[in-house]
Design a protein around this ligand. Structure first.
Ligand code: RFL
Ligand code: PHB
Length: 388
């Protein structure tokens, strides 16, 4: 088949881009390796910035987000027993919305038919060809048959392990840092221990109290990369979590069976440039942030915003410069989110190589944040999302 844009990957980035292009009357097709139920079973992000909410609004797909999303005006950093509240709304005039990535993906998936967005699920062995020129093509296997898609552009929204990033690896540079721990996450149908998120630094390690709704909690603790999920039966998880949270919050933790439990390794990664020839990269295909700043999904949506703008300018106004400028525009925001996520990770976790001096530096920084409106404003404006 022939189309204008072939999108690889139907995670939030791929689906959102597909809908934005269809809204402009641009032809596209999305190829996804997994089945829809599998995509929805991945429990990931929970905090949406303004850019993500506004793209859903622009598409008119925000009905559920508006009624079920929880606006949050602030969050907390904890150091031992001390709770430092970052008054995001008071300091920036904006707020974030707690709404699961699964729900956002479901909203985008459910609107496929109505909006005429074609998604091929279970597309196996996707391969990219001729990305250097202006007639790239993709082939894939579906239902036992090999299919070919000819396009003017390919957009790789296929995450860190997909084929798109690999296709341009020799054409750019990787910037990477791996952390010596992962986040062990538990989702449970119990009311959250606090009405706002708590990122907690404790001598035993990091903990995060988050939520999906008034009756569903999401908690994380950091664990060495050598740990496996099987090492953490529910009771052990709840014991460790409540040790690491400030006593007042720990006392309000309601325990329950884990609906999902997984370990996600932490990594900072950028591939630059975020495009080459007729291939653009969006989201995790181009960059990874540690989850500490809640930036991954939101960066994916800001990339998509820039990519949709550039492709619309190309197809509607013949502006090739917009596509050429995509990488620089996107990267300028990506690097700032990388910096924020890295610095919050550094501040809130215990690194195996840290000694008493590094620990004292963390305490001093948290102490400074607690006493400085300027420091709190800086954290708040990064957390709520830098301008697009
Ligand atoms: P996704 O969601 O990984 O989607 C990529 C899609 O591409 C498909 N794919 C392929 N399709 C075709 N052919 C192939 N060969 C393919 N290979 C892969 C995959 O099946 C998949 O459907 O990437 P996308 O769309 O760029 O979205 C990025 C986000 O998913 C990610 O950045 C966030 O989840 C990160 N993240 C968080 N981000 C936030 O903004 N706020 C948060 O609170 C937050 N918390 C988190 C997180 C990520 C976590 N994990 C598990 C890494 C918490 C965790 C624990
Ligand atoms: C989540 O609720 O899954 C979540 C919230 C904030 C983060 C990371 C994950 O920084």
């Amino acid at each position: 088949m022939k189309t204008q844009v072939c999108i690889i990957g139907a995670g939030p980035a791929g689906l959102l881009l597909g809908h934005l292009l269809r809204a402009e009357g641009i032809d596209c097709i999305v190829l996804e390796r997994r089945a829809p139920e599998y995509v929805l079973s991945r429990i990931r992000a929970g905090v949406l910035e303004r850019i993500t909410v506004s793209l859903m609004e622009r598409l008119g797909l925000d009905a559920r987000l508006k009624t079920e999303g929880l606006p949050h005006d602030g969050f907390n950093l904890a150091d031992g027993q001390r709770l430092i509240r970052i008054d995001v709304a008071g300091l920036t005039g904006k707020h974030v919305v707690v709404y699961g990535q699964t729900e956002l993906t479901r909203d985008l998936m459910d609107a496929r038919e109505e909006r005429g967005l074609e998604v091929v699920y279970e597309a196996a062995d996707v391969e990219l060809h001729d990305i250097d020129g202006d007639a790239p093509w993709v082939d894939y296997t579906h239902g036992g048959t090999r299919h070919r898609v000819d396009a003017r552009f390919i957009v790789g929204c296929d995450g860190f392990h997909g084929p798109s990033r690999k296709a341009i690896l020799p054409r750019g540079k990787e910037y990477s840092r791996e952390y010596p721990f992962g986040w062990l996450g538990v989702l449970a149908d119990v009311p959250p221990c606090n009405h706002e998120l708590i990122y907690s630094h404790h001598d035993r390690g990091f903990a995060l109290a988050s939520m999906r709704s008034a009756t569903r909690s999401r908690y994380y603790i950091d664990v060495p990369l050598t740990e496996r999920v099987e090492d953490w039966p529910d009771e052990r998880f709840w014991d460790e979590l409540t040790t690491r949270l400030p006593d007042e919050a720990a006392a309000r933790v309601v325990r329950g069976p884990a609906l999902e439990k997984s370990i996600a390794p932490l990594r900072s990664y950028v591939f630059a440039p975020m495009g080459h020839g007729s291939l653009l990269l969006c989201g995790d295909a181009a960059h990874i942030v540690p989850p500490t700043g809640a930036k991954g999904l939101n960066l994916a949506t800001s990339d998509v915003h820039y990519a949709a703008d550039a492709l619309t300018a190309f197809f509607k106004a013949g502006d090739a410069g917009a596509v050429a400028g995509y990488s620089a525009r996107a990267l300028s925001r990506v690097w700032k989110a990388e910096r924020f996520s890295w610095s919050l990770t550094r501040l809130m976790h215990r690194f195996p190589e840290d000694g008493s001096f590094e620990r004292a530096m963390q305490v001093a920084e948290l102490d400074y944040i607690a006493s400085s409106r300027a420091a709190q404003t800086s954290i708040a404006e990064n957390y709520v999302g830098l301008p697009v």
